[in-house]
Ligand binder design. Structure first.
Ligand SMILES: *Cc1c(COP(=O)(O)O)cnc(C)c1O
Length: 399
């Protein structure tokens, strides 16, 4: 619903982002839903209190059970994803854990892509295992072949496309078809694609999680996650979230609501910058490979083009040499790329990593140094100039 109460269902994404989840006249005309920073919510009478205790009561009961600020965010995201239900969590990682916590029980089995966000693996290996849930990792490019790995007790197939370090694009519709045929649900960490780049529910996923921390937040100053579900998922996910009490603060919801309004412009600019910078990297002599799903050189570029309408400004570059001094010289002298984790903000970032360290069923055979780059909202030519000087420093040492 929009501010005027009209349906946004058939409207374009940009219009939804500007209008979904807002009701200014319910808040004295304030354009943004104010920050409800609240634990106790008072009822005016004994009768009203009793009414609020009824199952399915639509009003406000307590801070952890929803406020106008949180419901505004949930409604806007549900509109964007075309989701049946949406709830938010205190971090993106918390959102990743919810489908596992809410849908599985002791004795169950899950399939998780080998390219999954590393803390997701740590959760499966270090937490789920203690509660009798077994995890099998699979090749991210497996596609319909996932059917062969599904056991009678497999309940969930977990995907992440593209993986946020190595950027394999998964054939989500093929995985979903195979999984559904065997009665499994499919979940996706859609932090790279977001609702703007990948219609994950439309492509067959049942559960979508996203780190709001990244593009919805957009300014590197909030931690939050979201879980959006389609028709196949019952109320058990949200009920589990309630049992756990994992609720963001009013301020975080308000920042997320504000971020949504400008997200499309930021998301598209960041992606456009990444394509320019990635294409430039491909022409540099000491660069062995650039891994960006939006470039024709990417092994699953056609799959990406078929399923995605955009993406994050996040990609990887493989340099010829792993010489530490040379990598340091490149990274330390950069003016516009911060050295740090996360992404989705206005400023560009860079980090060095070794994917070989956290894979178990697929092999990472690249011998050169992987750099992960995030392009923010700066001018692409300035970013390229900065990186060119960095590659010069690198070249002086490795040559
Ligand atoms: C950042 C990230 C998360 C976790 O988000 P936090 O809010 O930092 O916990 C989950 N998945 C992916 C792919 C991410 O990039």
């Amino acid at each position: 619903m929009s501010a005027s109460g009209n349906s946004l269902k058939d409207k374009k994404t940009a219009t939804k982002l500007a209008h979904a989840g807002r009701d200014p006249q319910a808040h004295n005309g304030a354009v943004n839903v104010p920050v409800y920073q609240v634990s106790t919510i008072l009822k005016p009478s004994y009768a009203a209190w009793k009414e609020a205790r009824q199952p399915g009561y639509p009003g406000y009961i307590y801070g952890t059970k929803g406020t106008p600020t949180s419901r505004s965010f949930e409604a806007a995201v549900a509109e964007l994803y075309g989701a049946k239900d949406v709830f938010a969590t205190t971090s993106g990682l918390a959102a990743v854990t919810h489908p596992f916590l809410g849908l599985l029980q002791s004795g169950d089995h899950v399939l998780v892509t080998d390219s999954a966000y590393r803390p997701c693996r740590a959760f499966c290996d270090g937490f789920l295992s203690r509660y009798g849930v077994a995890t099998t990792y699979y090749d991210p490019t497996i596609g319909a072949g996932i059917a062969d790995l599904i056991q009678p007790n497999t309940k969930l197939v977990w995907t992440e496309s593209p993986g946020s370090q190595t950027f394999e694009v998964q054939d989500i519709p093929a995985i979903a078809e195979a999984a559904h045929e065997k009665g499994c649900l499919v979940g996706i960490d859609n932090t790279w694609g977001t609702a703007l780049g990948l219609d994950a529910l439309g492509k067959g996923c049942d559960i979508v999680v996203e780190a709001v921390t990244k593009y919805i937040g957009g300014h590197s100053d909030l931690l939050m996650g979201l879980v959006a579900t389609g028709d196949r998922v019952g109320p058990e996910l949200r009920q589990t979230a309630k049992l756990i009490g994992d609720t963001p603060s009013g301020e975080m919801y308000a920042l997320a609501n504000r971020g949504l309004r400008t997200m499309k412009l930021r998301f598209e600019k960041s992606f456009e910058n990444s394509l320019k910078v990635a294409a430039w990297f491909e022409r540099q002599p000491l660069v062995k490979r650039v891994i960006h799903p939006g470039l024709p050189s990417h092994p699953q570029h056609d799959l990406w083009k078929r399923d995605f309408t955009g993406g994050a400004g996040l990609f990887a570059v493989i340099l010829e040499s792993r010489d530490d001094a040379a990598i340091g010289a490149l990274m330390d002298g950069l003016s516009f790329f911060g050295i740090g984790a996360s992404w989705g903000g206005y400023e560009s970032l860079i980090l060095a990593d070794d994917p070989a360290k956290f894979r178990t069923v697929t092999e990472w055979t690249e011998e050169g140094q992987l750099l992960r780059l995030y392009t923010g909202l700066e001018d692409a030519d300035d970013l390229i100039e900065d990186l060119a000087a960095g590659l010069d420093r690198y070249a002086r040492i490795v040559k």
